[in-house]
Design a protein around this ligand. Structure first.
Ligand SMILES: [Mn+2]
Length: 356
């Protein structure tokens, strides 16, 4: 992997707030890693705001110091040297979000129970059409970058936005495994009538993307009966429930042993789908559907590092459900989001052979 022109950036200076991710000066062409922001939250059912996730992360990101000690000891102290670029938010995604939210709002207000109401039925049809359009949009963005052999990450948006990204990555790498970090199983058949809901993303991935061979879920602690059935019986799914992780840790098993077991269940090529609410809630206080429990920052970054070191290749990722608090000068959600995003970038680059 070829480095970008590193003379353009002084990592010892204060972060440049020039509107680029992590304050880095690299354009799309010279970057190995492209981030695609998708400001979309049509099906958000509880707290809203994650359409502002990419902006929240972007604004907090120049605050990071980009030297990474854990990757430094492995030979990659400066992941940024390989070029990380975040595209500007596209007008198309914003329009789909605006129209989608308008259509979905009255349906969500009724909890998806639309009965014989023709108006609501029409709105639901429209919302489902918009989901398909959004999936196609994300798929095409990803496909374009993948064809140029870029590593691509997505920044959401609600979790439904991952579908097109996983579809594109699985098309390039059939037999793909998904490492899914989340509080929620996201295995509902559909939610409130929405075919592509944030709550059914992994059900859709398992049933509609044949290139996905395996789904390994970690930190799951909020799910319904149906989801439990699917998570525990589907041959493609291994689910590490949060309660089980807690029990095993509290009874003295090392987290490294558990991590190795999780990673062993994944095939050679891995896509990481990281819902920020998989973390402890104090790390993502403004996310839409927070649940107590969850992974610590250290556990999740350890898992990413162990995956990077395992010899498996991270071929794509997403970070979703980050939302701003809405309080002035409060960058906490964005700050944690940016740090997880940088760890995802570092792990993916390392697994692809990047070394300084
Ligand atoms: Mn979630």
């Amino acid at each position: 992997m070829k480095k970008a022109d590193v003379r353009k950036f002084n990592p010892n200076g204060a972060g440049i707030t020039d509107g680029n991710i992590f304050g880095l000066p690299f354009n799309e062409q010279e970057s190995n890693l492209i981030l695609v922001p998708v400001p979309f939250e049509m099906t958000t059912s509880y707290g809203r705001g994650t359409a502002k996730g990419p902006k929240t992360i972007l604004e907090a990101s120049p605050q990071l110091d980009l030297f990474d000690v854990e990757y430094a000891e492995l030979g990659l102290p400066r992941p940024w040297e390989f070029g990380i670029h975040m595209e500007p938010e596209s007008a198309r995604a914003r329009t789909l979000n605006k129209d989608g939210c308008q259509a979905a709002k009255p349906v969500i207000a009724k909890g998806g129970v639309i009965g014989k109401n023709k108006n609501l039925k029409a709105k639901l049809l429209k919302a489902n059409r918009i989901s398909h359009a959004l999936n196609t949009f994300v798929f095409e963005r990803f496909q374009k970058h993948l064809q140029k052999n870029k590593l691509v990450g997505l920044v959401g948006g609600d979790h439904s936005v991952s579908f097109g990204a996983i579809q594109a990555v699985a098309q390039k790498h059939p037999g793909l495994g998904i490492l899914h970090i989340d509080a929620h199983a996201d295995l509902r058949d559909a939610y409130e009538g929405f075919e592509h809901s944030h709550a059914s993303i992994m059900n859709n991935v398992i049933h509609k993307i044949p290139g996905v061979a395996k789904l390994v879920q970690v930190g799951i602690r909020d799910f319904c009966d149906e989801e439990y059935q699917l998570a525990t019986t589907h041959p493609k799914i291994s689910c590490y429930f949060d309660a089980h992780l807690r029990d095993r840790s509290l009874k003295g098993e090392s987290f490294q042993k558990i991590t190795k077991e999780i990673i062993a269940r994944l095939p050679k090529r891995v896509y990481i789908s990281f819902d920020i609410d998989g973390l402890e809630t104090w790390l993502c206080p403004s996310t839409g559907t927070p649940v107590p429990g969850g992974l610590s920052f250290h556990q999740s970054s350890f898992l990413l590092k162990e995956l990077a070191l395992s010899g498996k290749t991270i071929v794509g990722f997403d970070l979703n459900e980050v939302a701003p608090s809405g309080r002035k000068n409060d960058q906490w959600d964005g700050n944690v989001g940016a740090r997880i995003l940088y760890k995802l970038c570092a792990a993916a680059l390392y697994s692809q052979g990047a070394r300084n």
